[in-house]
Design a protein around this ligand. Structure first.
Ligand SMILES: Nc1ncnc2c1ncn2[C@@H]1O[C@H](COP(=O)(O)OP(=O)(O)OP(=O)(O)O)[C@@H](O)[C@H]1O
Ligand SMILES: Nc1ncnc2c1ncn2[C@@H]1O[C@H](COP(=O)(O)OP(=O)(O)OP(=O)(O)O)[C@@H](O)[C@H]1O
Ligand SMILES: [Mg+2]
Ligand SMILES: [Mg+2]
Lengths: 260, 260
């Protein structure tokens, strides 16, 4: 059955989508894995960032319906992208109402996990992009996941939220009995020139030194240009610093998840 | 009574907090207005970004309680910062549960507006920082506000969400009868070197050309350093590009809200 990786951070704009899309595409293109990318963020930026790689038709039933009305499996609504080995289950705007619709419903955190039962037997790895909060949608991703990857850009405000995601992982383990392995914190939008703030952020991250992904993703405009072009960084500009850094993260994740 | 400005964007990391804090501080320091800054984002980054300017004691009752249990007025829980004319009503982590607690409660969108009745007679202007979504907390800010300021960084993913916030303003007008004036979209984290993506973003923003704040906020590491130092940009480095740009936005907002 597939390994499931949740890409989470409460802080907005730290590179959750950029990391989810390039990790998923990298595992498909560079490691030859059968990948399913799921977008649990109502903004729907996975589909936007891959707009040139999508087929003409869209899913028959939106993800919000599969989750809130327990209709069908994610495998039935995901579709092949033009990237070999990469399937996408996009989000939809109604997902934003899921929080209110599911409030108070027993077992609301387990809906995604149940809806992934068939998908897990077709894919080798599932990557889940999360919204910028620790609400019901992110909780669903954590409870469906085997691994956590937490992007954090090099700023005071972002690093402050890293502790919250680790607390949530502990709460999920203690109260809901679900054990998640931590792939780590991936430092994004790193600009070596910002020495003063970088040093402060690295100092704060020291407390999680066991959980830091070695490669830092540099600030690289090619990553934003790839999103404009609607394609992964490996297809847009394979020799740029962003592609090289994400390729290292892909290799690192693959060796941690499947063994060297 | 005070003018109320909501700073909203569904997209994460576009500079809502950086803009709220520096707009509020600028209106206090540069325009001499009595300012109340309210943090409606459970991340609580307004207090973090102003940590050097806070008094030793914290509010008696958290904002989440004032809103969900209708206890008291914002004026009673806000406190003076060390910046003359600037008071802060910080958020608290329990605010994150507000979405679920208030789901289905009639009039849940008007709670902040009701809790501001006294505060509006003490302050001349209220600035509200919002979380990265268009849920109940942001809706409360919009229904309490007279003006909308929408930060958008120069990226494909951010500009895509600008339409959503304008749609929400229209829905608030049509279904809840609340009219909001639009101060505009403030372009943030602008880096002139990223010509290709900038051009694409500016092209998309053309459709709202009536609603664009003239000044673009440049990428300026001093803004992140000011947050590390816990002080507004005007106190941290008044001659840097970030301070000059935010001072222009403060002047622009003041002339729009109170007349030249
Ligand atoms: N390493 C990088 N270099 C340059 N730009 C980057 C980099 N990583 C991300 N970006 C840009 O920063 C912005 C934020 O990234 P992204 O949207 O992936 O973050 P996110 O955490 O998914 O945001 P949200 O909280 O809104 O979901 C995007 O516009 C993206 O193009
Ligand atoms: N003009 C700028 N130049 C350099 N850095 C900036 C600029 N504006 C914002 N930043 C940095 O970008 C990050 C995102 O900004 P900020 O936290 O204000 O956005 P936000 O929209 O409030 O995020 P969230 O969606 O998490 O609430 C912060 O780390 C901040 O220091
Ligand atoms: Mg995202
Ligand atoms: Mg913020």
């Amino acid at each position: 059955a597939a390994e499931v990786i949740a890409v989470c951070a409460q802080k907005g704009g730290v590179g959750k989508t950029t990391t989810s899309v390039n990790l998923a595409a990298g595992l498909a293109l560079l490691e030859g894995k059968k990948v399913l990318l799921i977008d649990m963020d109502p903004q729907g930026h996975c589909a936007l960032a891959l707009h040139s790689e999508l087929p003409a038709e869209t899913p028959s039933r939106p993800l919000s319906e599969v989750l809130t009305r327990k209709l069908g499996d994610i495998h039935d609504i995901a579709f092949d992208t033009k990237i070999p080995n990469l399937r996408l289950c996009p989000s939809d705007k109604d997902l934003a109402q899921a929080e209110s619709i599911l409030a108070g419903r027993i077992g609301k955190e387990f809906l995604l996990r149940k809806a992934l039962e068939r998908a897990r037997s077709f894919a080798e790895v599932v990557v889940i992009d999360c919204p910028p909060n620790l609400g019901t949608l992110t909780l669903n991703a954590l409870l469906a996941a085997d691994w956590l990857l937490a992007p954090c850009d090099m700023s005071t405000l972002s690093v402050e939220g890293v502790g919250d995601i680790f607390d949530t992982v502990e709460t999920v383990r203690d109260t809901l009995g679900h054990h998640l392995s931590v792939l780590g914190v991936v430092r994004t939008r790193h600009d070596a020139k910002n020495k003063k703030v970088n040093d402060a952020v690295e100092q704060t991250l020291e407390q999680w030194s066991r959980h830091l992904v070695t490669t830092r993703i540099p600030v690289n405009t090619a990553l934003a240009q790839a999103q404009l072009a609607g394609t992964p960084i490996f297809s847009h500009d394979p020799d740029c610093r962003g592609a090289k850094a994400y390729a290292e993260v892909v290799r690192d994740v693959a060796s941690r998840v499947w063994g060297a």
